[in-house]
Unconditional design. Structure first.
Length: 104
């Protein structure tokens, strides 16, 4: 899993960009970037899935998948503030947890 922390750092930057758009009510720009963020979160989950036999990783991955489901629900509701909140708080916290976990 070399480079996972670099990938997660880049993802966190993308999330900050998207949430900034949503908090500023720039929904078109936010949605345009959101697809890439969701793809990146999915990839992180898939990479974590390779280590699913480790209980700590399994818990983090399950939380990440739940966060993705919450994002999808917020998208269906067209609630851009909720989308931003989920990414800013729930997803970012999990990404920090991933970075603090020894995945190498």
């Amino acid at each position: 899993m070399e480079g996972m922390n670099d990938y997660v750092l880049a993802l966190k930057s993308k999330i900050e960009l998207v949430t900034g758009y949503f908090y500023q009510q720039k929904s078109q720009a936010g949605y345009r970037e959101l697809i890439g963020v969701i793809d990146d979160i999915t990839l992180v989950s898939e990479l974590l899935g390779m280590r699913i036999s480790e209980p700590q990783i399994m818990v983090i991955n399950n939380k990440l998948l739940n966060g993705l489901q919450e994002l999808m629900n917020a998208m269906l509701q067209k609630d851009i503030v909720l989308l931003a909140d989920i990414m800013s708080y729930d997803i970012m916290e999990l990404l920090d947890e991933i970075m603090n976990t020894n995945l190498e």
